[in-house]
Design a protein around this ligand. Structure first.
Ligand code: BGC
Length: 785
C-alpha cells in the first residue's frame, strides 16, 4: 500500500514529494506514460534503482509454452507474453567520477509530477555525490499523443556550488535484465533476452537498433537522436553494439551553468516489414520529432489534451481526492487507448507486464463504455481490432464445435492464451460483451460505416455462437448450460443470468443489424430463417429465479449452495484464490466480483426496481471483491437502489485503486478497467446514466459529501453536459440538434442552446446491506489520509 503522503490531492497533477524506494515499483506504474502504441514505465532516468523496468509496444509479444500436467482437447498450446522492448528512457549521469544514483550520496529535494493537463512527467532532484558535489537535475518526459511513434525527454543538469566534470550517457538498451517474477499468477512470465539483434547503427547524435523476437516474428526498430544546449564545450561520442547504443557527452560546467539535452525516441514494429523498411519507419518518425522539437511536441501534447478535457472532464465539488483520482483515471484510459489504432487495449494498458499484457473482457465491459462517450474513435478502433481477430475466433469456435466465433478470454494476437479453461474458454460471456460494446457504440455515434463493416460481422458471428451453444429445452425456453459468468469463484454453471441476458441482447442486436443491412448480412450468409431463430432464442431466453428467496440466483441452483464460511476466513486469506482451492470455492456461495449485480447494471432494462433492490441486498454479503472490476459495478447499483453512502465508499475504492495500491499489485501495472470504472461510478452511478433502450436516460443523485458533479458525454458527435447539485440537474446540449432524454423516468426534449433543469427526487433506500466481514469498502471521506 502506498501509505506515505505520496500523492497530494491536487486537481490536475499527481505529485510525489520525496522518493520512497519501497514503493518505487508502484510509482513506476502510476507515472507510466503511454499513447496506446508505446508505453514507458515511470522508471528513473538513470535506470537504477528500479522496481520493474519496462518499455512496451502494443502487440509486441513472444509466444511461451503453456505446459499442462494433463493436457486435454482444445487446450491452447502456446501462451503469449508482452515483452520488455528496447529501453530508450536511459540517461545516466556521471559527476566527476561518481554515477548519479539516489541510493548513494545524499538526495535532497526530490519531486516527480505527472501533469494531467499537458501529459508530461517532470522530475527534479537535488543531489550531493558521496564526494560532496552538489547537483541539480531535472527531466521532463512525454510519449506523444500526436506522433504515435515518438517519445521525448528533456534532461538538464547543473552544478550548484563548484565547477564540475560531467559525463552524460544516453542509451538504448535491448534485453535489459529484469527482476525475477513473483508467484502471483496475475504477474507476468519473464522471458529472458527475448530480442534477437538484427542491426545496429550509430552516427553523430543518432543511433538505431533493430531486433526481432524469436517465435512471434515481431521486428522492432528503436532509434534515438539528440539536441544539445550547453554554454561550455561539449565533446560527444556515439557507439553501438547489437544490444546497446550509447551517446556520450562530456563537459566541464562552471557553477550555475547547465547542460541540457533533448532526447528524441522513435519506435516501430511489424511482423511483415523488412529491416530497411522498419529502419526507414523509425528514422522518419525521428526526423519528424526533431523537426517539431521539444517545444513543438509539448505544444501538440497540450493541444491534444485540451481537446480531450474539453469533452471528457468530470468536475466535482466536495472531494479533492476523488476529483484527482477521476482525472487520473480518465488520463490513464486515454493513455491506454488513444493511439492503439486497431490494436488491443490490455487490462494494464501499457503500464506494466501484469496479466502478461493480455486483453480480457475488461476492454469491452469497462473501458469501452467510457471511451464510447468520451473518445468514440478509440472505442471504434478497439472494436475494429476485435473484428481483425475474427478469423482466429472463428477457428476457435470450430475447434470448440461451435458455430460463429468465440473470442479469446485472454490474448494479445487474438488466439486463446488462457491455460485455465473453467475461467477462460468457459467464460463465453466475453462474446456478448463484445456485442454489447458494438451495439452501444453504434447507438451513441450513429456511425453507419462502422456498423456495416465491423459491427454487423461481430454481431452476426457472436449470435451464431449463442445459437449453437444454447438449446431449446422441452419446455420451450432457450438455455445456455455449462458456462462461467463474471464471478470466477463459480464455474461451469447452467444459465448464468448475466450470460443469458447478455446473449439475449446479442441475439436481438444481430437480428436488428442484419435487418437494417440486408445486403451485407446476406454477404455473411445470414438468412431470414437464421434471423428468426435468433429472435426466437432471445424471446425464449431462460432466466432462473428463486421463488423461495425472492431473488435471482446468479446461475441455476446457486442459491441452494452452502454459504462460504466468512466468519472463519481471516483477513489475510484474501484474495481467496491465493489461499483456497477452487474445489472449495466453486461449491459455495461466495462471489469474487459483481456477476448478477453486473446483470442488474448492464441489463437494467430487464429488471424491476424492486428486483434490483432485493438482488443487490442478497449479493452484497456474498461478494468479496477479489477483483478490481467489482467495486465500480457495486457502486453503480448501490447508487441506483439509493445507498448513496455505500456507492460513495465504493467510488473511493474504484477511483483510488492505483493511487493507493489497494489490490497490492499496482507494481505490475495499472487496473485500467477499474479506472474506467471510476468514470462509470460517477456517470452511471451518481449521474444514473443508462443507455440500454437506444436513448440516454438519467437518474442523478449525489452522495452527502459531493455538492456538485458535472460531466459531459458525446451523443452523435454532440456534447451533452449534465450539471448536478443536491436539488436539481441541468442538461445542456451543444451543436444544433435536439435529443430526447429521460430524467428519473420522465422523458423530455433537450434542444441545443436551451438548457433544461429538473428537480431531483429524494432516495428511499432500505437498510444498508452488509458485506462479508472484513470486506467492507474503506469508508471514504474527503480529506481522509
Ligand atoms: C477477473 C477477470 C478480469 C481479469 C483481468 C480477473 O481477476 O476475475 O474478470 O478479466 O482479472 O482484469
Amino acid at each position: 500500500m502506498i501509505t506515505h503522503p505520496a500523492f497530494s490531492p491536487e486537481p490536475w497533477d499527481i505529485r510525489e514529494r520525496g522518493l520512497d524506494l519501497s514503493v518505487l515499483a508502484q510509482s513506476e506504474s502510476v507515472f507510466a506514460l503511454s499513447n496506446g502504441n508505446i508505453g514507458l514505465r515511470g522508471n528513473l532516468d538513470e535506470g537504477e534503482p528500479h522496481g520493474l523496468p519496462g518499455t512496451y509496444l502494443n502487440s509486441v509479444f513472444e509466444f511461451r509454452p503453456l505446459p499442462y500436467a494433463e493436457a486435454g482437447y482444445g487446450f491452447p498450446e502456446s501462451g503469449q507474453s508482452v515483452i520488455d522492448v528496447t529501453n530508450g528512457k536511459l540517461i545516466r549521469l556521471l559527476v566527476e567520477d561518481e554515477p548519479f544514483d539516489v541510493r548513494y550520496g545524499e538526495l535532497g529535494a526530490h519531486e516527480r509530477v505527472l501533469s494531467l493537463r499537458d501529459g508530461v512527467l517532470r522530475r527534479t532532484a537535488d543531489w550531493v555525490s558521496p564526494s560532496g558535489h552538489c547537483m541539480q537535475i531535472s527531466s521532463a518526459r512525454l510519449v506523444s499523443f500526436t506522433q504515435r511513434a515518438t517519445a521525448a525527454i528533456a534532461y538538464e543538469v547543473r552544478p550548484v556550488d563548484a565547477p564540475l566534470h560531467i559525463v552524460l550517457q544516453s542509451e538504448l538498451v535491448a534485453n535489459e535484465q529484469l527482476p525475477a517474477t513473483s508467484a502471483d499468477p496475475r504477474a507476468a512470465a519473464a522471458l529472458e533476452s527475448p530480442l534477437q539483434p538484427e542491426q545496429h547503427i550509430a552516427h553523430d547524435a543518432r543511433a538505431r537498433l533493430v531486433h526481432c523476437t524469436r517465435a512471434s516474428g515481431r521486428r522492432i526498430g528503436a532509434a534515438m537522436d539528440h539536441t544539445v544546449h550547453c554554454p561550455a564545450n561539449v565533446r560527444t561520442e556515439i557507439e553501438c553494439s547489437p544490444d546497446t547504443a550509447r551517446f556520450t557527452l562530456t563537459t566541464r560546467l562552471a557553477r550555475g551553468e547547465s547542460l541540457r539535452v533533448v532526447k528524441f525516441l522513435a519506435y516501430g514494429w511489424s511482423s511483415m516489414r523488412s529491416i530497411p523498411a522498419i529502419s526507414a519507419q523509425v528514422e522518419a518518425a525521428l526526423t519528424l520529432a526533431r523537426e517539431s522539437g521539444w517545444e513543438g511536441l509539448l505544444a501538440e501534447q497540450r493541444q491534444y489534451l485540451d481537446d480531450y478535457w474539453a469533452r471528457a472532464d468530470v468536475d466535482l465539488d466536495g472531494d479533492p481526492e476523488v476529483q484527482q483520482a477521476v482525472r487520473f483515471a480518465l488520463f490513464q484510459v486515454l493513455q491506454a487507448s488513444a493511439r492503439a489504432e486497431r490494436r488491443p487495449i490490455p487490462a494494464k494498458g501499457l503500464t506494466g507486464p501484469g496479466y502478461d499484457g493480455h486483453v480480457f473482457w475488461d476492454t469491452e465491459s469497462f473501458v469501452l463504455p467510457t471511451l464510447t462517450y468520451t473518445t468514440p474513435h478509440a472505442a471504434a478502433d478497439a472494436l475494429r481490432w476485435r473484428h481483425l481477430t475474427l478469423p482466429a475466433a472463428r477457428q476457435r469456435a470450430r475447434q470448440l464445435t461451435l458455430d460463429g466465433a468465440t473470442f479469446a478470454w485472454r490474448t494479445i494476437n487474438g488466439e486463446e492464451s488462457s491455460g485455465y479453461w473453467p475461467a477462460g474458454t468457459a467464460a463465453l460471456h466475453i462474446n456478448a460483451d463484445v456485442a454489447d460494446a458494438v451495439i452501444r457504440l453504434v447507438q451513441a455515434t450513429g456511425d453507419e460505416a462502422f456498423e456495416r463493416t465491423a459491427a454487423l460481422p461481430l454481431l452476426v458471428e457472436t449470435a451464431r455462437l449463442w445459437a449453437s451453444q444454447g438449446f431449446h429445452h422441452v419446455d420451450g425456453s432457450f438455455r445456455i448450460d455449462g458456462v462461467t459468468g463474471p464471478d470466477e469463484y463459480s464455474a461451469l454453471a447452467n444459465n448464468n443470468v448475466y450470460t443469458n441476458m447478455m446473449a439475449q441482447r446479442n441475439l436481438r442486436g444481430a437480428a436488428e443489424a442484419a435487418e437494417r443491412h440486408p445486403d451485407e448480412a446476406a454477404g455473411l450468409g445470414v438468412t431470414g430463417d437464421e434471423i428468426a431463430a435468433w429472435a426466437r432464442a432471445a424471446d425464449a431466453m431462460f432466466v432462473p429465479y428463486d421463488d423461495k428467496l425472492g431473488v435471482h440466483p446468479q446461475a441455476e441452483q446457486f442459491t441452494d449452495l452452502a454459504v462460504w464460511d466468512f466468519a472463519q476466513t481471516r483477513p489475510d486469506q484474501y484474495p481467496l484464490m491465493l489461499h483456497f482451492p477452487y474445489l472449495q470455492l466453486y461449491r459455495k456461495q461466495v462471489v469474487k466480483q459483481a456477476d448478477l449485480v453486473m446483470a442488474l447494471f448492464k441489463r437494467g432494462d430487464a429488471f424491476t426496481a424492486d428486483e434490483k433492490a432485493r438482488d443487490f441486498a442478497y449479493y452484497e454479503p456474498l461478494t468479496v471483491r477479489d477483483s478490481s472490476l467489482s467495486a465500480c459495478i457495486q457502486a453503480v447499483l448501490a447508487a441506483e437502489v439509493g445507498h448513496l453512502d455505500l456507492a460513495y465508499d465504493y467510488l473511493g475504492e474504484a477511483a483510488r485503486m492505483d493511487l493507493d495500491d489497494l489490490e497490492h499489485n499496482t507494481r505490475d501495472g495499472l487496473h485500467i478497467a477499474s479506472l474506467a470504472g471510476a468514470w462509470l461510478t460517477l456517470v452511471a452511478g451518481f449521474g444514473g446514466m443508462r443507455d440500454s433502450g437506444g436513448s440516454l436516460t438519467f437518474a442523478p443523485r449525489l452522495p452527502a459529501p459531493l455538492t456538485r458533479l458535472t460531466f459531459s458525454v458525446l451523443w452523435h458527435g454532440q456534447r451533452l453536459c449534465v450539471n448536478i447539485n443536491k436539488t436539481n440537474a441541468t442538461y445542456s446540449l451543444e451543436g444544433d440538434a435536439s435529443v430526447e432524454l429521460a430524467h428519473h423516468g420522465r422523458t423530455f426534449q433537450l434542444t441545443a442552446g436551451e438548457p433544461v433543469t429538473n428537480p431531483i427526487p429524494p432516495a428511499a433506500p432500505g437498510p444498508r446491506p452488509s458485506q462479508p466481514p472484513g470486506r467492507e469498502p474503506v469508508r471514504h471521506r474527503p480529506g481522509r489520509a
